[in-house]
Design a binder for this molecule. Sequence first.
Ligand code: ATP
Ligand code: MG
Ligand code: MG
Length: 351
Amino acid sequence: IKTIGIIGGGQLGRMLAMAAARLNFQTVILEPQADCPAAQVSNSQIVAAYDDSAALAELAKRCDVVTYEFENVPVSAAEVLARSVPVYPPAMALEAAQDRLVEKRFLNDCGIPTADFRAIDSQADLDAALTAFGDKGVLKTRRLGYDGKGQRVFRSAADRSDDAYASLGSVPLILESFVAFEREISIIAARASDGTVACYDPAENVHRNGILHTSTVPAAISQPTADAARRAAETILTTLGYVGVIGIEFFALADGSLVANEMAPRVHNSGHWTEAACVISQFEQHIRAVAGLPLGNAGRHSDCVMQNLIGDDILALPEWLRRPDTLVHLYGKTESRPGRKMGHVTILTGK
Ligand code: ATP
Ligand code: MG
Ligand code: MG
Protein backbone atom coordinates (compact mmCIF):
# COMPACT_ATOMS: atom_id res chain seq x y z
CA ILE A 1 0.00 0.00 0.00
CA LYS A 2 1.38 3.38 -1.02
CA THR A 3 -1.61 5.69 -1.41
CA ILE A 4 -4.72 5.94 0.76
CA GLY A 5 -7.88 7.67 -0.49
CA ILE A 6 -9.97 9.47 2.11
CA ILE A 7 -13.55 10.48 1.36
CA GLY A 8 -14.37 13.64 3.27
CA GLY A 9 -12.06 16.57 3.98
CA GLY A 10 -13.00 17.76 7.47
CA GLN A 11 -10.87 17.61 10.61
CA LEU A 12 -11.17 13.84 10.88
CA GLY A 13 -9.80 13.43 7.35
CA ARG A 14 -7.07 15.90 8.24
CA MET A 15 -5.97 13.93 11.29
CA LEU A 16 -6.08 10.68 9.28
CA ALA A 17 -3.89 12.26 6.58
CA MET A 18 -1.40 13.43 9.22
CA ALA A 19 -1.20 9.93 10.72
CA ALA A 20 -0.83 8.42 7.23
CA ALA A 21 2.05 10.75 6.37
CA ARG A 22 3.96 9.61 9.45
CA LEU A 23 3.87 6.04 8.12
CA ASN A 24 5.04 7.18 4.65
CA PHE A 25 1.64 6.87 2.98
CA GLN A 26 0.43 9.35 0.40
CA THR A 27 -3.17 10.54 0.74
CA VAL A 28 -5.77 11.75 -1.75
CA ILE A 29 -8.80 13.56 -0.32
CA LEU A 30 -12.17 13.51 -2.11
CA GLU A 31 -14.06 16.58 -0.93
CA PRO A 32 -16.20 19.15 -2.78
CA GLN A 33 -14.94 22.06 -0.70
CA ALA A 34 -11.52 23.23 -1.91
CA ASP A 35 -8.95 24.16 0.78
CA CYS A 36 -10.72 21.98 3.33
CA PRO A 37 -8.97 21.06 6.62
CA ALA A 38 -7.74 17.72 5.24
CA ALA A 39 -6.45 19.08 1.92
CA GLN A 40 -4.15 21.47 3.78
CA VAL A 41 -2.10 18.50 5.04
CA SER A 42 -2.76 15.89 2.36
CA ASN A 43 -0.71 15.22 -0.78
CA SER A 44 -3.63 16.02 -3.07
CA GLN A 45 -7.35 16.59 -3.34
CA ILE A 46 -10.02 15.69 -5.86
CA VAL A 47 -12.53 18.53 -5.66
CA ALA A 48 -15.86 16.84 -6.39
CA ALA A 49 -19.03 15.55 -4.76
CA TYR A 50 -18.78 12.28 -2.81
CA ASP A 51 -20.96 10.48 -5.37
CA ASP A 52 -19.45 11.98 -8.55
CA SER A 53 -18.75 8.90 -10.67
CA ALA A 54 -15.80 10.35 -12.58
CA ALA A 55 -14.21 11.45 -9.30
CA LEU A 56 -14.77 8.03 -7.73
CA ALA A 57 -13.15 6.37 -10.75
CA GLU A 58 -10.15 8.68 -10.43
CA LEU A 59 -9.90 8.00 -6.70
CA ALA A 60 -9.97 4.24 -7.31
CA LYS A 61 -7.27 4.58 -9.96
CA ARG A 62 -4.95 6.69 -7.83
CA CYS A 63 -5.30 4.81 -4.54
CA ASP A 64 -4.44 1.35 -3.21
CA VAL A 65 -7.17 1.50 -0.58
CA VAL A 66 -10.01 3.93 0.15
CA THR A 67 -11.46 4.89 3.52
CA TYR A 68 -13.73 7.68 4.76
CA GLU A 69 -14.03 10.17 7.59
CA PHE A 70 -17.82 10.38 7.81
CA GLU A 71 -20.68 7.92 7.86
CA ASN A 72 -22.84 9.56 5.21
CA VAL A 73 -20.79 8.45 2.22
CA PRO A 74 -23.48 7.12 -0.15
CA VAL A 75 -23.51 3.31 0.16
CA SER A 76 -23.78 3.13 -3.65
CA ALA A 77 -20.53 5.12 -3.98
CA ALA A 78 -18.74 2.75 -1.58
CA GLU A 79 -20.07 -0.23 -3.52
CA VAL A 80 -19.00 1.19 -6.89
CA LEU A 81 -15.53 1.94 -5.52
CA ALA A 82 -15.24 -1.50 -3.93
CA ARG A 83 -15.42 -3.11 -7.40
CA SER A 84 -12.00 -1.69 -8.25
CA VAL A 85 -10.25 -0.91 -4.95
CA PRO A 86 -10.55 -2.19 -1.37
CA VAL A 87 -12.84 0.07 0.70
CA TYR A 88 -12.57 -0.07 4.50
CA PRO A 89 -14.62 -0.06 6.66
CA PRO A 90 -16.90 -2.25 4.48
CA ALA A 91 -20.05 -0.82 2.88
CA MET A 92 -22.10 -3.02 5.24
CA ALA A 93 -20.90 -0.86 8.15
CA LEU A 94 -22.08 2.29 6.39
CA GLU A 95 -25.45 0.71 5.82
CA ALA A 96 -25.78 -0.29 9.47
CA ALA A 97 -24.78 3.15 10.77
CA GLN A 98 -26.49 5.58 8.36
CA ASP A 99 -30.06 4.97 9.40
CA ARG A 100 -30.95 4.98 13.10
CA LEU A 101 -33.72 2.41 12.58
CA VAL A 102 -31.42 -0.05 10.75
CA GLU A 103 -28.72 0.67 13.34
CA LYS A 104 -30.93 -0.15 16.34
CA ARG A 105 -32.18 -3.34 14.71
CA PHE A 106 -28.60 -4.34 13.93
CA LEU A 107 -27.49 -3.67 17.53
CA ASN A 108 -30.43 -5.64 18.95
CA ASP A 109 -29.65 -8.52 16.53
CA CYS A 110 -26.13 -8.49 18.01
CA GLY A 111 -27.69 -8.91 21.47
CA ILE A 112 -26.83 -5.32 22.44
CA PRO A 113 -29.67 -3.41 24.15
CA THR A 114 -30.81 -0.02 22.84
CA ALA A 115 -33.60 2.36 23.83
CA ASP A 116 -37.03 1.11 22.84
CA PHE A 117 -37.91 2.57 19.43
CA ARG A 118 -40.66 3.02 16.86
CA ALA A 119 -40.41 4.00 13.19
CA ILE A 120 -42.31 7.27 12.66
CA ASP A 121 -43.60 8.09 9.18
CA SER A 122 -46.52 10.36 10.06
CA GLN A 123 -47.97 12.49 12.83
CA ALA A 124 -50.38 9.62 13.59
CA ASP A 125 -47.43 7.25 14.10
CA LEU A 126 -45.89 9.80 16.46
CA ASP A 127 -49.06 10.29 18.48
CA ALA A 128 -49.46 6.54 18.93
CA ALA A 129 -45.81 6.00 19.86
CA LEU A 130 -45.77 8.86 22.39
CA THR A 131 -48.83 7.40 24.05
CA ALA A 132 -47.09 4.02 24.20
CA PHE A 133 -43.96 5.64 25.70
CA GLY A 134 -45.87 7.66 28.34
CA ASP A 135 -45.39 11.05 26.56
CA LYS A 136 -41.61 10.80 26.88
CA GLY A 137 -39.07 10.19 24.19
CA VAL A 138 -36.51 11.57 21.77
CA LEU A 139 -37.69 12.04 18.19
CA LYS A 140 -34.85 11.95 15.63
CA THR A 141 -34.43 11.98 11.89
CA ARG A 142 -33.38 8.48 10.83
CA ARG A 143 -30.60 9.84 8.61
CA LEU A 144 -28.03 12.65 8.57
CA GLY A 145 -28.39 13.98 12.13
CA TYR A 146 -25.28 15.03 14.04
CA ASP A 147 -24.42 17.26 17.01
CA GLY A 148 -28.02 16.84 18.19
CA LYS A 149 -29.46 18.36 14.99
CA GLY A 150 -32.74 16.92 13.72
CA GLN A 151 -34.00 15.98 17.18
CA ARG A 152 -36.89 16.90 19.42
CA VAL A 153 -37.23 15.87 23.06
CA PHE A 154 -40.58 15.06 24.69
CA ARG A 155 -40.57 15.17 28.48
CA SER A 156 -44.31 15.33 29.19
CA ALA A 157 -47.71 15.65 27.51
CA ALA A 158 -47.16 19.43 27.36
CA ASP A 159 -44.40 18.92 24.78
CA ARG A 160 -46.76 17.17 22.36
CA SER A 161 -47.84 19.18 19.32
CA ASP A 162 -49.71 18.54 16.09
CA ASP A 163 -46.84 19.71 13.90
CA ALA A 164 -44.00 17.79 15.58
CA TYR A 165 -43.65 15.35 12.68
CA ALA A 166 -43.62 18.17 10.10
CA SER A 167 -41.23 20.25 12.22
CA LEU A 168 -38.44 17.76 11.53
CA GLY A 169 -39.06 17.99 7.79
CA SER A 170 -41.63 15.21 7.22
CA VAL A 171 -38.79 12.76 6.58
CA PRO A 172 -38.56 9.24 8.04
CA LEU A 173 -38.12 9.57 11.81
CA ILE A 174 -37.58 7.35 14.82
CA LEU A 175 -38.96 7.84 18.31
CA GLU A 176 -36.69 6.48 21.02
CA SER A 177 -37.77 5.96 24.58
CA PHE A 178 -36.12 8.45 26.93
CA VAL A 179 -33.15 6.82 28.66
CA ALA A 180 -32.60 8.14 32.20
CA PHE A 181 -28.86 7.58 32.03
CA GLU A 182 -26.35 8.27 34.78
CA ARG A 183 -23.56 9.08 32.35
CA GLU A 184 -22.63 8.76 28.70
CA ILE A 185 -19.61 6.80 27.59
CA SER A 186 -18.10 5.76 24.29
CA ILE A 187 -15.60 3.20 23.22
CA ILE A 188 -13.17 3.46 20.34
CA ALA A 189 -12.18 0.09 18.91
CA ALA A 190 -10.30 -1.18 15.90
CA ARG A 191 -10.25 -4.39 13.89
CA ALA A 192 -7.45 -5.40 11.55
CA SER A 193 -7.95 -7.42 8.37
CA ASP A 194 -6.63 -10.53 10.19
CA GLY A 195 -9.47 -10.20 12.72
CA THR A 196 -7.42 -8.83 15.61
CA VAL A 197 -9.40 -6.38 17.76
CA ALA A 198 -7.97 -3.62 19.97
CA CYS A 199 -10.10 -1.41 22.23
CA TYR A 200 -9.17 1.86 23.88
CA ASP A 201 -10.43 2.56 27.37
CA PRO A 202 -13.99 3.93 27.43
CA ALA A 203 -14.32 7.72 27.69
CA GLU A 204 -16.99 9.58 29.62
CA ASN A 205 -18.64 12.23 27.47
CA VAL A 206 -20.38 15.47 28.38
CA HIS A 207 -22.35 17.37 25.75
CA ARG A 208 -23.15 21.09 25.63
CA ASN A 209 -25.88 22.38 23.33
CA GLY A 210 -25.97 18.94 21.72
CA ILE A 211 -22.26 19.03 20.84
CA LEU A 212 -19.55 16.98 22.53
CA HIS A 213 -17.83 19.22 25.08
CA THR A 214 -15.47 16.94 27.02
CA SER A 215 -14.30 13.34 26.98
CA THR A 216 -12.74 12.19 30.25
CA VAL A 217 -10.64 9.08 30.65
CA PRO A 218 -10.95 6.96 32.67
CA ALA A 219 -14.75 7.10 32.78
CA ALA A 220 -16.32 6.77 36.22
CA ILE A 221 -17.63 3.28 35.52
CA SER A 222 -16.97 -0.12 37.07
CA GLN A 223 -14.71 -2.73 35.50
CA PRO A 224 -17.70 -4.95 34.54
CA THR A 225 -19.31 -1.98 32.74
CA ALA A 226 -16.07 -1.25 30.87
CA ASP A 227 -15.80 -4.95 29.97
CA ALA A 228 -19.37 -4.93 28.66
CA ALA A 229 -18.52 -2.01 26.36
CA ARG A 230 -15.49 -3.91 25.06
CA ARG A 231 -17.50 -7.05 24.45
CA ALA A 232 -20.18 -5.09 22.58
CA ALA A 233 -17.50 -3.47 20.40
CA GLU A 234 -15.94 -6.86 19.62
CA THR A 235 -19.30 -8.32 18.64
CA ILE A 236 -20.13 -5.36 16.38
CA LEU A 237 -16.73 -5.41 14.66
CA THR A 238 -16.75 -9.15 14.11
CA THR A 239 -20.35 -9.24 12.87
CA LEU A 240 -19.62 -6.53 10.30
CA GLY A 241 -16.32 -8.13 9.16
CA TYR A 242 -15.01 -4.68 9.98
CA VAL A 243 -11.60 -3.24 9.13
CA GLY A 244 -10.69 0.13 10.70
CA VAL A 245 -11.69 2.17 13.75
CA ILE A 246 -15.25 2.50 15.04
CA GLY A 247 -16.75 4.74 17.74
CA ILE A 248 -19.72 3.42 19.74
CA GLU A 249 -21.74 5.58 22.16
CA PHE A 250 -23.55 4.16 25.17
CA PHE A 251 -25.75 5.36 27.97
CA ALA A 252 -24.61 3.95 31.33
CA LEU A 253 -27.48 3.41 33.74
CA ALA A 254 -27.32 3.69 37.54
CA ASP A 255 -27.11 -0.12 37.86
CA GLY A 256 -24.03 -0.16 35.62
CA SER A 257 -25.78 -1.68 32.62
CA LEU A 258 -25.25 -0.21 29.16
CA VAL A 259 -27.72 0.88 26.49
CA ALA A 260 -26.15 1.50 23.07
CA ASN A 261 -27.00 4.88 21.52
CA GLU A 262 -25.27 4.99 18.15
CA MET A 263 -22.13 3.99 16.33
CA ALA A 264 -19.91 5.79 13.84
CA PRO A 265 -17.89 3.68 11.35
CA ARG A 266 -14.91 6.02 11.52
CA VAL A 267 -12.58 7.77 13.91
CA HIS A 268 -14.63 9.60 16.51
CA ASN A 269 -14.48 12.94 18.31
CA SER A 270 -14.59 11.16 21.68
CA GLY A 271 -11.34 9.39 20.70
CA HIS A 272 -9.24 12.48 20.06
CA TRP A 273 -7.65 12.08 23.51
CA THR A 274 -5.79 8.99 22.25
CA GLU A 275 -3.26 11.19 20.44
CA ALA A 276 -2.10 12.59 23.79
CA ALA A 277 -2.62 9.72 26.23
CA CYS A 278 -1.75 6.64 24.14
CA VAL A 279 1.32 5.69 22.12
CA ILE A 280 -0.86 4.88 19.10
CA SER A 281 -3.71 7.32 18.39
CA GLN A 282 -7.07 6.29 16.93
CA PHE A 283 -5.94 7.95 13.69
CA GLU A 284 -2.80 5.87 13.34
CA GLN A 285 -4.76 2.80 14.41
CA HIS A 286 -7.25 3.38 11.59
CA ILE A 287 -4.49 3.92 9.03
CA ARG A 288 -2.73 0.75 10.22
CA ALA A 289 -5.95 -1.26 9.92
CA VAL A 290 -6.95 -0.09 6.44
CA ALA A 291 -3.36 -0.40 5.17
CA GLY A 292 -3.13 -4.02 6.36
CA LEU A 293 -0.50 -3.29 9.00
CA PRO A 294 -0.59 -4.79 12.50
CA LEU A 295 -2.67 -2.82 15.01
CA GLY A 296 -0.75 -0.76 17.54
CA ASN A 297 -1.02 -0.84 21.30
CA ALA A 298 -4.28 0.78 22.41
CA GLY A 299 -3.07 1.06 26.00
CA ARG A 300 -3.20 4.38 27.79
CA HIS A 301 -0.28 5.93 29.66
CA SER A 302 -2.12 8.91 31.22
CA ASP A 303 -5.47 10.01 32.52
CA CYS A 304 -6.81 12.93 30.52
CA VAL A 305 -9.64 15.25 29.54
CA MET A 306 -10.23 16.21 25.92
CA GLN A 307 -12.14 19.45 25.41
CA ASN A 308 -13.48 20.64 22.07
CA LEU A 309 -12.77 24.24 21.06
CA ILE A 310 -16.06 25.33 19.57
CA GLY A 311 -16.71 28.73 17.99
CA ASP A 312 -15.30 31.47 20.23
CA ASP A 313 -13.65 28.92 22.58
CA ILE A 314 -10.74 29.45 20.22
CA LEU A 315 -10.19 32.90 21.76
CA ALA A 316 -8.71 31.13 24.81
CA LEU A 317 -5.96 29.65 22.64
CA PRO A 318 -3.16 31.75 24.20
CA GLU A 319 -4.03 30.38 27.65
CA TRP A 320 -4.17 26.78 26.43
CA LEU A 321 -0.78 27.19 24.78
CA ARG A 322 0.73 28.29 28.07
CA ARG A 323 -0.37 25.14 29.92
CA PRO A 324 2.44 22.59 30.20
CA ASP A 325 0.04 19.64 30.57
CA THR A 326 -1.98 20.31 27.42
CA LEU A 327 -1.76 19.18 23.79
CA VAL A 328 -3.42 21.68 21.43
CA HIS A 329 -4.73 20.53 18.06
CA LEU A 330 -6.21 23.02 15.56
CA TYR A 331 -8.10 22.22 12.37
CA GLY A 332 -6.96 24.99 10.02
CA LYS A 333 -10.37 26.69 9.89
CA THR A 334 -9.88 30.42 9.56
CA GLU A 335 -13.42 31.58 10.30
CA SER A 336 -15.00 30.77 13.67
CA ARG A 337 -18.78 30.38 13.78
CA PRO A 338 -21.06 29.38 16.68
CA GLY A 339 -21.10 25.58 16.95
CA ARG A 340 -18.15 25.12 14.61
CA LYS A 341 -15.42 22.75 15.79
CA MET A 342 -12.19 24.75 15.51
CA GLY A 343 -9.86 22.41 17.37
CA HIS A 344 -9.50 20.51 20.62
CA VAL A 345 -7.16 20.31 23.58
CA THR A 346 -6.20 17.28 25.64
CA ILE A 347 -5.18 17.97 29.21
CA LEU A 348 -3.14 15.21 30.86
CA THR A 349 -4.47 14.83 34.38
CA GLY A 350 -2.21 12.17 35.90
CA LYS A 351 -1.21 8.54 35.63
P1 ATP B 1 -23.39 12.98 17.52
O1 ATP B 1 -22.90 14.37 17.35
O2 ATP B 1 -22.81 12.25 18.73
O3 ATP B 1 -23.35 12.15 16.28
P2 ATP B 1 -26.27 12.88 17.18
O4 ATP B 1 -26.80 14.14 16.64
O5 ATP B 1 -26.10 11.74 16.25
O6 ATP B 1 -24.92 13.15 17.97
P3 ATP B 1 -27.34 11.34 19.44
O7 ATP B 1 -26.01 10.90 19.88
O8 ATP B 1 -28.30 10.31 19.03
O9 ATP B 1 -27.28 12.48 18.31
O10 ATP B 1 -28.00 12.21 20.59
C1 ATP B 1 -27.37 13.37 21.10
C2 ATP B 1 -27.46 13.39 22.61
O11 ATP B 1 -28.85 13.48 23.00
C3 ATP B 1 -26.95 12.13 23.27
O12 ATP B 1 -25.55 12.17 23.43
C4 ATP B 1 -27.73 12.18 24.59
O13 ATP B 1 -27.16 13.14 25.47
C5 ATP B 1 -29.10 12.70 24.16
N1 ATP B 1 -29.99 11.58 23.80
C6 ATP B 1 -30.08 11.02 22.57
N2 ATP B 1 -30.97 10.00 22.56
C7 ATP B 1 -31.46 9.90 23.82
C8 ATP B 1 -32.40 9.03 24.46
N3 ATP B 1 -33.05 8.08 23.79
N4 ATP B 1 -32.63 9.22 25.78
C9 ATP B 1 -32.00 10.21 26.48
N5 ATP B 1 -31.11 11.06 25.92
C10 ATP B 1 -30.82 10.92 24.62
MG1 MG C 1 -24.44 10.71 15.65
MG1 MG D 1 -24.09 10.85 19.44
